[in-house]
Design a protein around this ligand. Structure first.
Ligand SMILES: [Zn+2]
Length: 57
């Protein structure tokens, strides 16, 4: 299981997404970014920051 804490990228957000693989977490993070932060698309630099922030859970 992999985990990403949105607060690592977005100050003050307590959202946490999980998935079986990095790609699952990326998809969940994109969905979270859209619903919680109004980001219809995740820019490349944010995607890199998310991928760098994924940890084993
Ligand atoms: Zn968030």
């Amino acid at each position: 299981m992999k985990k990403f804490s949105c607060g690592d990228v977005v100050d003050g957000c307590d959202g946490v997404v999980t998935g079986e693989t990095d790609d699952d977490v990326m998809a969940a993070a994109a969905a979270h970014a859209a619903s919680a932060h109004g980001m219809s698309e995740v820019p490349d630099d944010v995607a890199r920051a998310i991928r760098a922030g994924i940890v084993e859970a």
